[in-house]
Design a protein around this ligand. Structure first.
Ligand code: BG6
Ligand code: MG
Length: 232
């Protein structure tokens, strides 16, 4: 991979790759474009409330839990609802999201991601998944990649979603590793913050404008190769 493809030089990531014993991947927006499906479902729900949810607004929803996402949508629209009404709306959005993901197949995995995970594993680096989504296990099943992960942490296993570091700390603890041994791949601002707060290094996947706090930012997950771990 030409270094020019990276938003920042990999050399800026001051990690001794020998210290990286695990790569922990976010799911939505890092392995597959389910981030877009979340957006479609939230936009549809917002429209029923007379709220026009923009793609910029959507950045705030990435990585955070379903209920927190709904609260952000309501805040954007200046709408206030009871807990019971919020539960109903969150269920409605999830129903639309589930309809979208049920049509998914392995060919929707982002280009290069399967190879990246396999080559990371071949180097003896372990691989984890840390997604705030309660639907993560189903998505992994539909993509036929569940068995590629040494540990899977999803939204049902945590109390606080990103930007809280809980999800990444739990992944490290299940891998029996120190947080400093782990490198996170994240597309959400909240996720990058969670990784940093967990004491982990982070590769941001997306725009430097949103993910500038990451140690390095790449445009697409497939832009990273296992060989890059040696350049870190
Ligand atoms: C995260 C997504 O992975 O999961 C968020 O980035 C989403 O956008 C969150 O709100 C919760 O997902 P779910 O599937 O439990 O509603
Ligand atoms: Mg994500």
């Amino acid at each position: 991979m030409a270094k020019t493809e990276l938003t920042r030089e990999l050399t800026s990531l001051t990690v001794d790759s020998n210290l990286i014993k695990a790569a922990i991947f976010d799911l939505d927006g890092v392995i597959v474009d389910t981030a877009h499906y979340h957006y479609m479902a939230w936009k549809q729900l917002a429209a029923t409330l007379g709220i026009d949810l923009t793609i910029e607004d959507n950045e705030r929803l990435k990585g955070v839990s379903r209920m927190h996402s709904l609260e952000i949508v309501l805040e954007i629209g200046g709408v206030s609802l009871s807990e019971a009404e919020k539960e109903k709306l969150a269920d409605k959005k999830n129903g639309w999201f589930v309809d979208l993901i049920e049509k998914m197949s392995p060919d929707e995995i982002f280009p290069g991601v399967t190879d990246l995970i396999e080559s990371i594993r071949r180097k003896g680096v372990r691989v984890g998944l840390a997604s705030s989504s309660k639907n993560a296990p189903r998505v992994l099943e539909l993509l036929h990649i569940r068995d590629q992960f040494d540990v899977i942490i999803d939204g049902t296993m945590i109390t606080h979603s990103k930007p809280d570091p809980e999800i990444f700390l739990l992944a490290a603890s299940r891998l029996d590793l120190n947080p400093t041994d782990c490198l996170v791949f994240e597309d959400a601002e909240a996720g990058v913050e969670a990784a940093i707060r967990a004491g982990m290094k982070c590769v941001g996947v997306g725009n430097v404008a949103q993910l500038g706090k990451a140690n390095v930012v790449i445009a697409k997950t497939g832009d990273f190769t296992a060989a890059d771990l040696d350049k870190l």
